[in-house]
Design a protein around this ligand. Sequence first.
Ligand SMILES: C=CC1=C(C)c2cc3[nH]c(cc4nc(cc5[nH]c(cc1n2)c(C)c5CCC(=O)O)C(CCC(=O)O)=C4C)c(C)c3C=C
Ligand code: FE2
Ligand code: FE2
Length: 368
Amino acid sequence: MPPAPSTPASQIAHRHGESTIVGVLLCNLGTPDAPTAPAVRRYLAEFLSDARVVEIPRVAWLPLLYGVILPLRSSKSAAKYATIWTPEGSPLKVWTERQAKRLQGWLGEQGHRVAVEYAMRYGSPSIPAQLAALRARGATRILVLPAYPQYSGTTTASVIDAVSGWTARERNVPELRFVNRYHDDRGYVGALAARIERHWREHGRPGHLVMSFHGVPERTLQLGDPYHCECRKTGRLLAEWLNLADGEWTLSFQSRFGRAKWLEPSTEATLHKLAGQRLERVDVVCPGFTSDCLETLEEIAQEGRAAFLAAGGKDFHYIPCLNDEPEWIAALGGIALRHLAGWDTQSVPDPKALAASRERALALGAPA
Ligand SMILES: C=CC1=C(C)c2cc3[nH]c(cc4nc(cc5[nH]c(cc1n2)c(C)c5CCC(=O)O)C(CCC(=O)O)=C4C)c(C)c3C=C
Ligand SMILES: [Fe+2]
Ligand SMILES: [Fe+2]
């Protein structure tokens, strides 16, 4: 909070010397406030007018967005959201909020004094609002932790843009660090493997595992976006961890949008192909999504299942996302701590340790 203009200078100086804290901002994509056409329209308008997401010149794209896409898609999408909505709200928001709370708890248990908040790139609570909230809690150093394990210009870089937009308007900018990726983090891949193995202990192993990642236009790969390579690496590491042979798993890309060519193979085509192979069962996991959301619960668990069964597939299991699994919270904590290295996050010092260090200092002749 900036001091009120009338605050005496002596008090301002005092406030600037107040104790500080390290903040962590867990940033996810965002989701509508309600499963209704107007709320979905507001959300999609903000999301799809981000030039990081749709890389088409604004003069060509905005008339198409406002004239065709929003009028057609908002109510169709709202009907899909209605099928996954929970009493507490949109699953993406519910899980992200829970992850932030659990991460705060985990870091506290490890003896770290850190303020954790969550934010949404589109919709609420916004990144600027939550950076301001961390500031209000006394954070002078902030780690920005996107909920995306694989870096993409369409997602991770857009979070960085939003943070930069906020700092451009601030006078006393906190120290900032960004986590750009953790696609090959042992904690993350291990938490995914634990999630899948638990499913297999309860239900047996499937004939085939599909790892479905959110797609992006193929052009982004040609332009140097590392997303495709990072998805492939996550897939390979996960398959190794699960001891899957080459023919036992497929990596695919879902959520195609628009007419351009997107990364392949598509999840839809992959499920269609597998349905024809007389396998006992196919499981689908979505490793790029750390929280269940519309893309996993509706597109995969509902639409994907229906398409697979309609094409002659026998049995389909959707394996839920990491959500608030304890292994995942510990992995997130490990990722945060590695990026916080050198920033003092220790809890209020133990009075005994303080007294002992004062004794040592006095013995060395330091002033009391
Ligand atoms: C228009 C192009 C899109 C790109 C590029 C894109 C990349 C991308 N998205 C995610 C994660 C999520 N996307 C979600 C929903 C969603 N995505 C797009 C479009 C693009 N995404 C749309 C239009 C929508 C909205 C839903 C719809 O109308 O179909 C979600 C779920 C949000 C929720 O509320 O549950 C997530 C999560 C990633 C990781 C990514 C690039 C790597
Ligand atoms: Fe998306
Ligand atoms: Fe989708």
